[in-house]
Design a protein. Structure first.
Length: 215
């Protein structure tokens, strides 16, 4: 059965990005090692068309995030290109001509734009009708496969508040950011109830998977 799932890297104090985020600095002010460990993993490098990389528990867990995936939903900030109407020349994302998604990606935005077809099977669709419309379209594109809510924190929090997420996997890295974009903010009262499915420790991060308990 298709699931709606989240996979996010998060600091030890609960932030998925640091303070002072900007169009040219999507993760804000973060320590150098906050992202570096991901770039060194074999599964990450394979998804981005690169060779080599480190094997181990973190690579295995990260490799699972693409398994059975049929569509992805992200926010405008994660796609990039600044705020307001789309610029000219058009911004095509952070990932070059062959983004690592290889599926349909639904970008939640206030500003309409024609679909953007990229190499490798990725097509970005720009959704102006809100999170539920984006999810409805993603379900059609994904069929029986899973849907990933890719971020950022604000988009994930909106889906959590609406009760639309089935699983959350957090990759907890040993850094304290002290501020920034925080996960689990403004998600309603009472907040969702979580059940731990799996914990995978590694030198780089602790990977914790939760099931969101539904009534």
């Amino acid at each position: 059965m298709s699931k709606v799932r989240v996979h996010m890297m998060i600091s030890a104090d609960g932030y998925v990005a640091g303070p002072n985020q900007a169009p040219d600095k999507p993760f804000g002010d973060i320590p150098e090692g906050f992202l570096r460990w991901v770039f060194e993993l074999r599964s990450f490098r394979q998804d981005h068309g690169m060779e080599g990389g480190k094997d181990g528990p973190s690579s295995d867990v990260l490799g699972e995030t693409s398994a059975n995936l049929g569509a992805t939903i992200i926010g405008r900030n994660m796609f990039g290109g600044g705020t307001g109407p789309w610029p000219e020349p058009a911004w095509d994302g952070w990932w070059g001509e062959n983004p690592p998604y290889h599926t349909s990606v639904f970008v939640i935005t206030h500003h309409p734009r024609a679909p953007l077809v990229m190499q490798g099977g990725t097509t970005f669709h720009f959704v102006t009708a809100g999170i539920e419309s984006a999810l409805d379209q993603a379900r059609v594109a994904a069929g029986e496969r899973d849907i990933r809510i890719g971020g950022g924190a604000n988009v994930v929090n909106q889906y959590l508040a609406a009760g639309l997420i089935d699983e959350i996997e957090l990759h907890v890295v040993p850094f304290i950011l002290g501020g920034g974009a925080r996960l689990f903010d403004n998600i309603g009262s009472p907040p969702p109830e979580l059940e731990v499915i799996r914990v995978v420790p590694s030198p780089e991060a602790t990977h914790i998977k939760y099931r969101v308990i539904r009534d």
